[in-house]
Design a protein around this ligand. Structure first.
Ligand SMILES: [Zn+2]
Length: 137
């Protein structure tokens, strides 16, 4: 049996009536991965960090009480988006933020260009160092 893309589409997050971090994150990731694609295998743990938010980020680590705050050292929310596109401490490794229309192509573009993947890796190495410093405070 062959399934169509629409059959594999992610379920709607309408089961919640109030916006939460989880629903905001679900909406955010749908911009990059609008539906399940059984032909795509993500081999980079750093891209998985970015797409899931589960990685060396104050936002993630504070949800487990590993860090006391979800904020970066610069005072902004320490999520993957912040480190890859905005934080001054990772500016040497920033990638261009995709437009809403280009988000679904962004993960493949990052993986197909070694220099872009290297920026992603280096950016999250810096975010790990930031988390290490924050954990010692
Ligand atoms: Zn920052």
């Amino acid at each position: 049996m062959t399934r169509t893309t629409s059959e594999l589409a992610l379920p709607s997050p309408n089961f919640r009536t109030t916006p939460t971090y989880e629903t905001a994150f679900e909406n955010w990731i749908r911009g990059f991965v609008p539906s399940v694609d059984t032909k795509t295998l993500i081999k980079s743990k750093y891209l998985i960090y970015f797409l899931t938010g589960d990685g060396p980020f104050p936002c993630y680590l504070s949800s487990f009480k590993i860090l006391s705050s979800a904020l970066c050292e610069c005072g902004s929310l320490g999520d993957p988006d912040h480190y890859l596109f905005d934080c001054l401490m990772t500016r040497d490794h920033h990638l261009k933020k995709p437009s809403c229309e280009a988000k679904s192509l962004w993960p493949k573009n990052v993986m197909s260009t070694a220099a872009n993947h290297e920026k992603l890796v280096n950016c999250f190495k810096v975010s790990r160092a930031i988390c290490d410093r924050l954990s010692r405070m």
